[in-house]
Write a protein that binds this ligand. Sequence first.
Ligand SMILES: C[S@@+](CC[C@H](N)C(=O)[O-])C[C@H]1O[C@@H](n2cnc3c(N)ncnc32)[C@H](O)[C@@H]1O
Length: 444
Amino acid sequence: MSIAAYDAYARQLETLVTDVAAGRWSRVADDVTHALNGQASAELRRMVSRADRRASGSFFTTGGVRQSYEQLLTRSTASVRSRVIWDPTCGGGDLLIAGTAQFLLGATPAETLTVWNRRVRGHDLHNPFVTVARMRLVLAVLERHRAVGSDAPLTEQRWRNAFPQVQVGDGLNALRQVSNSRGFGGQLLLNPPYGMDAALPGCTWSTGKTSLAATFTAQASAAMAPGGKLFAVLPDVLRSGSRYRAWRGQLTERLVLEEIRPHGLFDDHTDVDVFLLSAVRRAGGHPGAAAWWPPSAATTNRSIADHFRVGVGPVVDNRDPHDGPEVPYLTARELPGQGKMDLPLRRRRFDGRLLNPPFVVMRRTSRPGQGAKGGARGTGILIQGDQPVAVDNHLIVAEPLTGGAARCQELLEVLDGPKVVHWLDERIRCRHLTVTVVRSLPWD
Ligand SMILES: C[S@@+](CC[C@H](N)C(=O)[O-])C[C@H]1O[C@@H](n2cnc3c(N)ncnc32)[C@H](O)[C@@H]1O
């Protein structure tokens, strides 16, 4: 079930194009609708194993996230209707199809192709994806002509050679080459792979394993000429994770951020929260203020850090030796959904930093809008007792600077309040709460 298996779907689309290019719509009109809406993604799941999809970062933009993406384009592109669009990791072509929706039609499908062939660029590493993208673009042309009653037949020679700039190739390399020349002044459409890989040589904002999505976006921003536009679907961790602060800084130096919109889960099959970004390449000058978070989540008067020392639990269980004193050991497993708890029964030897109760812990992994065991997202649990505790690193710990248990009780109420729950969902939609985010939660 490697990606080569997807070639069967590419062949199926060629058969469909044969029919509609010859004007034989009657039995296949529904098939065309499916081919343009979600089928490419469903067939990918059916034909290619999850392991191969993950390894290659192949998740096509469909359903709700594609609709949001189309709205993002519509809000922004009135002035750039005549530009070239380019998806350097085009997959089955969903972003390109969304991008061509703004293009005007010629008098016939053949005339439209003459113009659009020059205006649509795409790269992907996998040949079946490229063929599927090209055939779906041809179907989009034919369907739009049919909708307005100008559906003249298209010769096989024309559709087989359509969209020649949608090619097999390494999009990262292509972006790099463009950034070394005059730059790309059109619209870059981007939903890159989300896996991790080594940061590129010379990268100034990361070292070691880094999100490929961050690498692609940074390279895309470098490839854009002044006035060029970027429309991206990206994993939410890039927007909200402290690990990517320097990446955000670099992007803000190069781009004016026009819109940043948290979306939620990519789709029902892909457990990753994403956000949508539209931006324009600066002509130069000074960076403006970047609104990586909605205004309600961006600033607060007083924050939790004014009253608590916030950090991650010190114990990395599979790495830290079982040396030192045997002490109560707190992990996420024994935590109740909310409220208070006494010292855990679980014990462990640990010679690192121990924490003295009372303190509050929060789970680092929690989904937007909900928490574990019935608690709200970000709910804290007050730990009380008279012995020092070893705390696992899957928990965030807040130790009161002053005020002891009473201050901790106040924190529980603050964390469960609607303001914090809303603030968290706006500011950080990815699974992991981070210390930076918890520190800056609004206190009042
Ligand atoms: C998350 S999918 C998105 C596809 C498409 N942009 C969309 O939104 O539907 C990422 C795509 O990037 C492709 N890809 C991964 N690395 C690439 C590279 N270095 N150059 C070009 N394409 C790449 C994968 O094959 C996959 O189709």
